[in-house]
Design a protein around this ligand. Structure first.
Ligand code: AMP
Ligand code: MG
Length: 480
């Protein structure tokens, strides 16, 4: 029988100080909750295999698939501005890589698979809640068109883990990413003055993600440029969907430009630029409107790690890096404006006054972000009014909007930019709570609904609604 997962590993060929080889812990009674057949096909995995006991062994860490070389990756990172020189995969294992049907190399990783040398005080495990949250949100992000890591499988383990809330059912998540190389991976070697490793990591990253940089006059500066461009595209996409990542630490910033690590993340209900959900983000460092500044801060940390590679002359290296970093603001702004013009159905060169006044109106009236754009898009004038406590304020803005669009907004652009469904926090929470009672139907139904977020489908219309006052989730938590 051919290999069920056609592993073709390259990270395991990098020097040993890049990782620690590690087997997953055994779990007592694993059960498959959900597997992603469409993604399996992309990866060259037979979807029929996903349902086999052998697959369950792989997704629970109870068995090692042929060709898999499990390892915990080393990385460092700035967390909320403070530097930790050693983080690393404390509860995750890279099983290996496959080259997918389109020729792209993808990582397959287990999350919640037990202790590793990077676990510090942690148990290396995951509760079921964070597994389901990451499954739902990452697949929703993908369906919404945002670069993101993906969900291949979710299993329950048959054991409990101890968290603040008490003993919770354990789970393991199988994640697929175009790589798990983070800004923090570069920082790990930079902090150790390990220039050889930095060069090797940078060359590996260029070959894997940005081969176009290898032909540049200065490949490492070109790498910086590519990573900046990817973040400048990604963050406006989050913002245009009302998404708040919640922990934009450098270890949670993938150099590929994919969204990674869905911990205390959330899609906003009522719009406010200072909106924060994360229970650990007390100062609002990673609020919705602060995300561009934080991405910039993270990219500055990334640039720092490349300085020794850019030039032996540290002054010259700094000057070049600064120049490259100075392009971020314009790149970001262009993309942000483009996305918000499209949300409002405005022409590509329209002035931005209506975007600004529109967002400030939503802020003042605490209007649901997704419902506002949804009703604006589909011409539901009375539903739109009903979102406002003072509808007269909407009327006056609406008249300006009609004038600006000459009553013919670009509805095609609006429909592509304004989803009908987002993974609302309260729905995710309800699915998680049901799953802890071993009722997995709400999780499956929600995941099914979010597969087509831009379509109006009556079967899933209930997911459009904003939370009732007693359903509002005020805080989300880390996956630990
Ligand atoms: P995160 O906050 O999820 O980005 O994780 C930050 C660091 O903590 C990473 O090095 C994780 O591997 C580690 N970590 C998080 N949860 C656990 C856990 N339950 N056991 C061991 N390490 C963990
Ligand atoms: Mg992380």
């Amino acid at each position: 029988m051919p290999n069920p997962i056609p592993f073709d590993n390259t990270y395991a060929r990098l020097p040993e100080r890049f990782y620690s080889k590690q087997e997953a812990a055994h779990v007592p009674a694993p059960q498959l909750l959900r597997a992603n057949t469409a993604l399996a096909v992309e990866l060259g995995i037979d979807p029929a295999w996903l349902e086999t006991p052998e697959a369950l062994n792989v997704f629970s860490g109870n068995g090692t698939a042929a060709g898999s070389e499990p390892l915990a990756q080393a990385y460092a990172g700035h967390q909320f501005g403070g530097f930790s020189p050693q983080l690393g995969d404390g509860r995750a294992l890279l099983l290996g890589e496959v080259v997918d049907q389109s020729g792209t190399r993808r990582d397959i990783q287990l999350k919640g698979s037990g202790r590793t040398p990077f676990s510090r005080g942690g148990d290396g495990k995951s509760a079921l809640g964070p597994v389901l949250r990451e499954y739902i949100v990452s697949e929703a992000m993908h369906a919404l068109g945002v670069p993101t890591t993906r969900a291949l499988a979710a299993v329950t383990t048959g054991e409990t883990v101890l968290r603040q809330e008490g003993h919770l059912a354990g789970g393991i998540f199988t994640r697929v990413a175009s790589s798990h190389i983070r800004v923090g991976t570069f920082q790990y070697f930079y902090a150790r003055n390990d220039e050889d490793a930095l060069r090797e990591l940078a060359d590996y990253t260029i070959a894997r993600h940005y081969p176009e940089a290898s032909g540049a006059e200065d490949p490492y500066l070109a790498l910086l440029e590519c990573v900046i461009a990817a973040q400048a595209k990604l963050i406006p996409q989050w913002m245009a969907l009302g998404f708040i990542h919640g922990v934009m630490n450098t270890d949670n910033t993938a150099v590929s430009g994919e969204t990674i690590d869905f911990g205390p993340c959330a899609f906003m209900d009522d719009f406010h630029p200072n909106c924060v959900f994360s229970s650990i983000d007390r100062d609002g460092r990673y609020a919705w409107g602060s995300q561009p500044g934080m991405a910039s801060w993270n990219l500055n940390r990334f640039a720092e790690t490349l300085l020794p590679l850019i030039s032996g002359d540290s002054e010259a290296a700094l000057e070049k890096a600064k120049q490259t970093l100075s392009t971020l603001h314009r790149l970001f702004r262009t993309e942000y404006d483009r996305r918000f013009r499209a949300k409002f159905g405005l022409a590509g060169n329209a002035p931005l006054d209506l975007v600004k006044s529109g967002l400030s109106l939503l802020t003042k009236q605490a209007v649901d972000f997704t419902l506002f754009f949804r009703h604006l898009t589909y011409g539901n004038r009375s539903e739109l009014s009903a979102l406002f406590t003072d509808p007269a304020l909407l009327d006056s803005w609406y008249a300006d909007w009609e004038a600006a669009t000459q009553s013919a907004p670009d509805t095609a652009a609006m429909q592509q930019s304004n989803p009908v469904l987002i993974p609302r926090n309260h729905r995710i929470e309800q699915a998680i709570q049901a799953a802890y009672r071993q009722d997995y139907a709400p999780f499956h139904h929600l995941a099914d609904a979010l597969a087509k977020p831009y379509e109006e489908r009556t079967a899933y219309a209930a997911y459009e609604q904003a939370p009732k006052p007693d359903e509002i989730v005020h805080q989300t938590f880390c996956g630990t």
